[in-house]
Design a protein around this ligand. Structure first.
Ligand code: G3P
Length: 216
């Protein structure tokens, strides 16, 4: 399973790349706003640091506007840029056009298996089911991921599943058990993935025991 960082924060991205846990990145307008930097600067910095696919979201709501924004984003780095498009009829029309032009897309704000199926039929490169936001309203977010994976496997769709809106380490573990293609993970959750109290206790005990080993 690929690990993407769900952030526009270049320092977080740099740290994750150094630790070897950043295969790509996803951003959204809220994450860009959180950096306090202009969008152009964020795009440059993120593309520079991240070694793989980078999802950048369009702001237009109509097909024509989305396609124009997508073409502009794509030409910054055709290899890395993935254009994030919201799951709407206009968005799906844009995905179909962009797929025909070889522009990679990530259909975002997916909350049902039917939405994922439509996005895949239009030729989306990725779909992003938002598991945390479903959990927030008392649904089982991960059930959606399992349904999408089953549907895509049934029909051999190439569209990859990015588990998004991840809130805690178990979302990542469950995504991996289900065989999701990608988990896009906030940096704070990446840090938690490393942690186990028995690891810390074990290190402390080894060092304490070794301090009793006689010196040469
Ligand atoms: O990248 C989109 C998604 O991961 C948003 O997450 O935490 O705002 O629901 P969240």
């Amino acid at each position: 399973m690929k690990f993407f960082l769900d952030t526009a924060d270049v320092e977080q991205l740099r740290k994750a790349v150094e630790m070897g846990v950043c295969d790509g990145a996803t951003t959204n307008p809220s994450l860009v706003a959180r950096t306090g930097k202009p969008f152009e600067q964020v795009i440059r910095e993120v593309l520079d640091v991240v070694p793989g696919p980078v999802s950048l979201e369009v702001l237009s709501l109509d097909t024509e506007g989305m396609v124009a924004e997508a073409r502009d984003l794509h030409q910054r780095n055709p290899e890395k840029v993935v254009v994030k498009i919201p799951m709407t009829p206009d968005g799906i029309r844009a995905v179909k056009i962009l797929a025909g032009e070889g522009v990679k897309t990530n259909v975002t704000l997916i909350f049902s298996p039917a939405q994922a199926l439509i996005a895949a039929k239009a030729g989306a490169t990725y779909v992003s089911p938002f598991v945390g936001r479903l959990d927030d309203i008392s649904h089982q977010g991960m059930d959606l991921v399992q349904d999408i994976l089953t549907i895509f496997a049934n029909y051999d769709f190439d569209t990859q599943v990015i588990v998004a809106s991840i809130r805690h380490p178990m979302h990542v573990v469950e995504a991996a058990i289900m065989g999701a293609d990608v988990a896009t993970i906030p940096f704070a959750v990446i840090e938690k993935l490393f942690k186990h109290p028995l690891t810390d206790i074990g290190i402390e005990r080894f060092l304490k025991d070794f301090s009793r080993v006689p010196k040469d």
